[in-house]
Design a protein around this ligand. Structure first.
Ligand SMILES: [Zn+2]
Length: 216
């Protein structure tokens, strides 16, 4: 394990700052969370992108959100095949063990993963087409939605629409999980689709009746 190095000093400093302020001022709350366990009301599935600041956007405290992040906030279809499924495991735990009331999929503007999928669909990303590209094979989840945006000529608008489709695809795939669809049918769980515009600080929510995203 010689390859594991001590934490960079800027992070050590930040940690001690947090311990002396945020932690110290909320020590009782932290202790209670540790003793009583977590009871988050919502799970959020968002992109790994460092600009998507889920807890800050919703003023969430520790214990509020059960968060899973992956490339392009995608949920794969239900596939109980014995393989390693990190996203499916997180969803299973949130829905069956924590019994969250809300499951939120949060997409975002300027998503590199979604852009990579567009490039693949246009035949412009041979490196993502390679069988051993984890990103490429992960983005295959979104490929079937490309036909919905293929005719959009403006590349920025096309990417924004495809980012919204990544949220729709995830919501649809969530319902292929038996424990998700039964919780939804029982009224114990509600699914929500969101898309945030990073530069403008905007937030849109998927409206199932209009079948489009509308500003929150
Ligand atoms: Zn992204």
């Amino acid at each position: 394990m010689e390859f594991a190095k001590p934490l960079p000093s800027y992070l050590v400093k930040r940690y001690h700052g947090w311990k002396a302020t945020t932690y110290s001022e909320n020590q009782v709350w932290y202790r209670r969370l540790a003793d009583e366990g977590q009871r988050p009301r919502a799970m959020v599935i968002s992109c790994c992108d460092s600009r998507v600041h889920v807890t800050s956007m919703f003023g969430a405290d520790q214990g509020d959100f059960f968060i899973h992040r992956n490339i392009a906030n995608l949920v794969p279809p239900y596939a109980p095949d014995g393989d390693h499924h990190g996203t499916s495991a997180a969803i299973e735990y949130a829905v069956t063990a924590l019994k969250v009331a809300h499951l939120i999929v949060l997409g975002h503007s300027q998503c590199g993963g979604v852009q990579g999928c567009i490039d693949m669909c246009k035949g412009q990303a041979p490196q993502l087409d390679a069988k051993d590209s984890f990103v490429g094979r992960w983005m295959d989840i979104l490929k079937p939605k490309y036909e919905l945006v293929a005719d959009i000529e403006d590349s920025v608008e096309q990417a924004r629409q495809f980012e919204r489709q990544s949220v729709v695809a995830s919501l649809e795939n969530l319902m292929t999980f038996p424990f998700v669809s039964s919780a939804v049918d029982q009224g114990a769980l509600s699914l929500h689709g969101l898309w945030t515009d990073i530069g403008a600080g905007g937030l849109e929510s998927y409206d199932p009746y209009q079948k489009k995203f509308v500003p929150v």
